[in-house]
Design a protein around this ligand. Sequence first.
Ligand code: CMC
Length: 426
Amino acid sequence: MIQKVQITIDGKTIELPTMEAKEGTNVIDVRGLIAEGMFTYDPGFLSTASCDSAITYIDGDAGVLLYRGYEIEQLADNSNHLEVCSLLLNGELPSETELQTFVASIKEKQTIDSKFQQIFNGFTQGAHPMAMVGSAISGLAALFHEEIDITNADSRMTTAHRLIAMIPTLAAMAYKHGRGESFVEPDASLGYAENFLNMCFGETGKPSTISRTISSAMDKIFILHADHEQNASTSTVRMSGSTDCNPYAAISAGVSALWGPAHGGANEAVLDMLNEIGDVSRVEEYVNKAKDKNDPFKLMGFGHRVYKNFDPRAKVMEASCHAVFEELGVKDDPLLEIAKRLETIAREDDYFIERKLYPNIDFYSGITLKAIGIPTELFTVIFTLGRMPGWISHWNEMLSAPYKIARPRQLYLGEHQREYVGINNR
Ligand code: CMC
């Protein structure tokens, strides 16, 4: 490994130390540069490691994703979501007893104070559930503000358990409110994914009728979304958390960042795009639009900042998507036909090949969720549910070691200092 990097500023040579990654790209430690009166410039953080972390590793060229060292493919095949939550939070796969204790702790925290339902009543029917979920998580900041001690590891873990336990309940409440339907209480006898689906599509007092195929596809979707190192929403959670704010408030900031169509909102945008295309015969027209530099349109569900080979989550999701289609007997859905045609054309087109634009997880999760009958407005909420353990593990990791408030600098390009001009002279 290169030990030191030298840069010369106006004839003066400065040595910058390097730091060795356990896997992947090493980094140049530029923290000393400020003493030389210079900043680095990297909008969008293309070349910047914002922190060190031991949670998740991505090799974008090889299409590898590891949670705490374990391949996503193995976890998706062998684990369930709560086991993966425990792994992300604690660093190791839990023993049977540890898992039982963790699951019991989650189940006992699923129910939300009935007064809390008033938060949802403040929203109009038809409000987007992501807006309601973000606000509801902010509401938890009020509910638990006094008792949180972010400097205490046990208190942080209680917060993490609560968020993992409550996010399905809040998400389902948002969904039900949007539909003008009454809330369904959590059922501790059901698995994590089935309980969420039952709170969305079931009725209080009636046994769950959610099929095993659908609940296990949902559990896999949660696992595949559980963490993705320093993505926009996780970085938002870290940045907010670095101010020592209430952790529920930091997570709510992450929810806002996730909602955008360039990030978690892409799964919903994929379906909107397929609906807009409307017919297989128009796929080529839309591919041409995506390639046109004068048109802001992008193919939703294609491309990724880090994966320049394939998205391993998309591969698992693609297989699960086909299995779901088979089991449900989905054959000739017009939107799925459009999706398949789009995928084929984009994979053969030089524009996409040269730029290494592959279908990402949102492409397949969007069409899988559609096939299993999940309403489009819930797609990004489902990403939120999946990503919760990642956000809270990163927040906890940051607070477990010395950290600084995240405060980037800028390259100022505005006016020089000038005299104030009175309103009559402007
Ligand atoms: N359709 C058409 N062209 C694209 C697309 C696309 N989906 N994505 C990137 N490009 C082009 C882009 O115009 C640029 O072209 P050129 O080099 O000629 O200027 C080139 O590919 C590189 O793209 P970029 O915008 O510099 O890449 P980025 O790393 O800044 O953005 C991205 C990554 C995911 C935001 C972007 O690919 C995109 O907007 N994709 C569509 C939205 C989407 O599916 N997002 C979900 C990402 S996966 C879920 C998650 O982890 O959040």
